[in-house]
Design a binder for this molecule. Structure first.
Ligand code: PRT
Ligand code: ZN
Length: 288
């Protein structure tokens, strides 16, 4: 029991589905249940702690969890307000992308932020940002309905998370400068029993492979030998392509892993320069 690796994951919210999905892709089997706070993996010595996202940095710092999946915004806020937190940021996971931005009522004529009242759920990040810019303002900490505060005389402007921008739009707010960009990250406790090291490393390496594979594609096509080099140069982030001679001596087959998605315009460029039988395949796992 002692040596089981514990991973803290958001119980329910914007991070939950993608967090569980990435762990499943790492080969960690478990049965999901919306009301469980503790999920034991059925095939590995791993337990999932299903908690509120705000609690994840502290649980990881205090070694109650060895790893955690949480937004960069939450980690930064907690680190800025508690310098004793003992955690390392390991990997960006590529989901729950958003930005923390200033916003003002559409009709407001905002000349400067100096001396304004700013409502936010991220007071430490906002203070840090203002301090760096030498701006003084009153920060009002509020959790929930931040968008309403300028219209009920609680604040002049706000700093809140934005993803599509439709919440700001529907609340008659205009987005201003971005304070930080954020996405889900994997965090690790700085201290954990050495017996767990090997399994923790395996999990980290598998998560890394899943992320790398997500945007990568395997491409195959045939081409005239003399065009091969020109065509290879069109491939985005190609990893040492393999060039295979074909029965027809004037032709080769080119196979390559591309560490980026391959869009239609790349396929069209390849074909316009003589590539035939272009095949693009998704990659499930990529381990270097
Ligand atoms: O209950 P618990 O405390 O675990 O969850 P929570 O309510 O605190 O967090 P949750 O589930 O809403 O968000 C978890 C994390 O998802 C955040 O900390 C961010 O890292 C990330 N994330 C990504 C977002 C958004 N996108 C997002 N759009 N978090 C919140 N929003 C909200 C934003 O606050 C605003 O109200 O969505 C609205 C804006 O969205 P758009 O698309 O209209 O711009
Ligand atoms: Zn939360």
């Amino acid at each position: 029991m002692e040596n089981r690796v514990k991973i803290a994951v958001q119980k329910s919210g914007r991070l939950s589905k993608d967090s569980l999905s990435i762990l499943k892709k790492c080969g960690i089997e478990f049965s999901e249940s919306s009301n469980k706070l503790f999920i034991k993996s059925t095939n590995m010595s791993i337990d999932l702690l299903m908690v509120r996202d705000d609690d994840i940095p502290k649980l990881v710092s205090q070694n109650i969890a060895d790893l955690g999946i949480v937004g960069e915004n939450v980690v930064k806020e907690k680190q800025l307000s508690d310098s004793s937190l003992q955690l390392n940021t390991l990997l960006k996971l590529g989901f729950s992308k958003c930005r923390l931005s200033f916003a003002k009522p559409k009709e407001m004529n905002l000349v400067e932020i100096q001396n304004k009242k700013i409502a936010t759920s991220y007071p430490a990040i906002v203070k840090n940002y203002l301090d760096k810019k030498n701006v003084t303002a009153e920060i009002i900490e509020i959790h929930g309905s931040v968008e309403l505060t300028p219209f009920v005389d609680i604040s002049d402007i706000i700093v809140d998370l934005v993803s599509t921008g439709s919440t700001l739009e529907s609340n008659n707010l205009t987005e201003l400068e971005t304070v930080m960009n954020s996405q889900a990250i994997l965090i690790q406790s700085k201290k954990f029993p050495s017996e767990k090291q090997s399994l923790i490393n395996t999990i980290i390496s598998r998560v890394n492979s899943v992320i790398e594979a997500k945007d990568s594609k395997y491409i195959m096509f045939n081409a005239n030998t003399e065009n091969a080099e020109e065509l290879i140069n069109l491939l985005p982030s190609a990893e040492s392509p393999t060039v295979i001679p074909l029965a027809d001596k004037s032709k080769v087959a080119i196979h390559s892993v591309c560490k980026e998605d391959i869009f239609w315009n790349t396929i069209e460029s390849l074909k316009s320069r003589g590539a035939t039988s272009v095949l693009v395949l998704p990659i499930e796992k990529l381990s270097n």
